[in-house]
Design a protein around this ligand. Structure first.
Ligand SMILES: C[S@@+](CC[C@H](N)C(=O)[O-])C[C@H]1O[C@@H](n2cnc3c(N)ncnc32)[C@H](O)[C@@H]1O
Length: 277
């Protein structure tokens, strides 16, 4: 993977501020779900080299830099949207993670998070990773006893979004497949956990209610931009048609009787030290 190292960058981050705020909010949701932990993989107290693949705003890498001053954290992303002021042990590179990786030294821990819809060749990504790995992703809506059904606009929307992404070669639903890919890539000591992510404040449980509240906000924030991109490009919808659909989807997302949720997958494992990849 050829990387243009930026280190503590002097260039102002570009990109969409609202989308960056949403990514940071999603980071908060995910750490809430893990009871404040940044990872579940057992990396010890003194990891040395950590790679955050597709780092986004770099928020996880920055938090890891604060947590592990001993470690050198490298975050890469195809978009240079990371902030300028970061801990001295955190660096960012602009890089395409689907290219061949050419790192000269190995990492103690490679973190892959929330890249659903971004990656074309997941098995290849798993093969390129070595030692610890922890990808985690959300997928499809479901309910336990709520009003959400296959006939809702949301269900039809989720299918159309997934099919639209597949049309362009992206995998919209990696979560349930991660464990299989990781196994095929030769990882050992694999552990996998699934966490329910509610949408909305309907859960009685305090922690899930909080996750649901933030999750609803991030869905509402992302809905129109995501739908516009996929429905226009994959299905030829006009912007005004997308806006009408989004108004209906917003109503369903906010309906507490739907008892809407989706899953978040966390998988980690370790490649043998003599692995060739
Ligand atoms: C939904 S964001 C997740 C960011 C981060 N992993 C997190 O959990 O907050 C997906 C990120 O993947 C990046 N991305 C997509 N395709 C990529 C590629 N081929 N190489 C590197 N980064 C990529 C995007 O630019 C975006 O920042």
């Amino acid at each position: 993977m050829a990387g243009a190292t930026m280190g503590t960058r002097t260039k102002q981050p570009d990109g969409n501020k609202e989308e960056n705020d949403r990514l940071d909010l999603y980071h908060h949701i995910q750490t809430l779900s893990l009871d404040g932990e940044l990872h579940l993989a057992p990396i010890g107290d003194n990891p040395q080299r950590i790679l955050d693949v597709g780092t986004g705003t770099g928020i996880w890498a920055i938090d890891m830099g604060d947590k592990y001053p001993s470690a050198e954290i490298l975050g890469n992303d195809i978009s240079p949207i990371q902030p300028n002021l970061v801990p001295p042990n955190v660096k960012f590179e602009v890089d395409d993670l689907e290219e061949e990786w050419v790192y000269s030294t190995k990492f103690d821990y490679i973190h892959v998070r929330y890249l659903a819809c971004s990656i074309r060749d997941w098995p290849k990504l798993m093969r390129q990773c070595f030692k610890f790995l922890k990808p985690d992703f959300d997928t499809r809506f479901y309910t336990k006893g709520g009003e959400f059904t296959k006939d809702t606009k949301l269900s039809q929307w989720a299918d159309k979004v997934a099919d639209g992404l597949r049309k362009f070669g992206a995998e919209p639903d990696p979560g349930p497949q991660i464990e299989g890919w990781v196994t095929e890539a030769g990882f050992q000591s694999i552990e996998a956990r699934t966490f329910p992510f509610p949408v909305g404040t309907w859960p009685k449980d305090k922690k899930l209610k909080e996750i649901g509240a933030f999750n609803l906000v991030q869905f509402l924030d992302n809905l129109e931009a995501l739908t516009m991109r996929i429905y226009q490009n994959a299905w030829g919808w006009r912007p005004e048609e997308v806006k009408v659909l989004c108004a209906e989807l917003r109503k369903e997302l906010k309906n507490p009787k739907m008892l809407l949720q989706h899953n978040y997958y966390v998988v980690w494992g370790q490649k043998p030290l003599n692995a060739v990849d």
